[in-house]
Design a protein around this ligand. Structure first.
Ligand code: MYR
Length: 185
């Protein structure tokens, strides 16, 4: 039945956004479930999710750079903050915190206390080794590779396994300096 008082545009958009977010979360859950059925081994599912994320990341970086107006970061510390505060906010609607830096400033953790991907999710005992959110680490790895940073991304904590947060470690393996393709006269 139509509401007696029409909702304002803002309320309708907020509702559409919430429904989109729920649809996204449920769709992701259905993909993970299908992969578990098809691949059987959780390690294989972790790899597949990471690869899917990587494939998304190498495309998503263009949209990120175009929409965020972020320019070249001075170092990896700044890059990590940009991912956590701007990237996650833009694509996941939440921010992450950055901590556990090594002394060289090439390895840190991104920590999520709120993660819309896991709404409605509970893992059965048979999925204990599953890194359910591997798609996120893959996205970060793919996006960084497109801006010349080769990284290794590893899951450290997972609330679906009883930890108090989601945490993944991002280690910068190699930074390929970008060459300016033209000679200055
Ligand atoms: C640069 O120094 O070239 C800027 C690098 C910015 C990299 C930002 C990557 C954004 C990744 C978004 C991840 C979203 C995950 C949901």
């Amino acid at each position: 039945m139509a509401p007696a008082v029409p909702r304002s545009g803002d309320a309708i958009f907020a509702n559409v956004e919430r429904v989109n977010a729920e649809l996204f979360t449920l769709t992701y859950g259905a993909i993970v479930r299908q992969l578990l059925t098809d691949l059987e081994e959780v390690e294989e599912v972790n790899k597949q999710l990471d690869q899917m994320g990587y494939n998304i990341g190498i495309r998503l970086i263009d949209e990120f750079l175009a929409k965020s107006n972020v320019t070249r970061c001075v170092d990896f510390r700044e890059t990590a903050e940009v991912i956590a505060k701007v990237g996650f906010k833009m694509f996941l609607g939440v921010t992450a915190s950055v901590s556990n830096w090594d002394t060289e400033g090439t390895c840190c953790s991104l920590i999520l206390e709120d993660n819309p991907l896991v709404d409605f999710v509970e893992l059965p005992d048979t999925c204990q080794g599953l890194n359910y959110c591997s798609i996120l680490s893959g996205v970060v790895r793919g996006a960084l590779e497109m801006v010349s940073m080769k990284t290794e991304v590893t899951w450290v904590r997972d609330m679906l396994r009883g930890d108090d947060a989601f945490e993944f470690q991002v280690k910068l393996l190699k930074q390929v300096p970008e060459e300016y393709p033209y000679k200055d006269d």
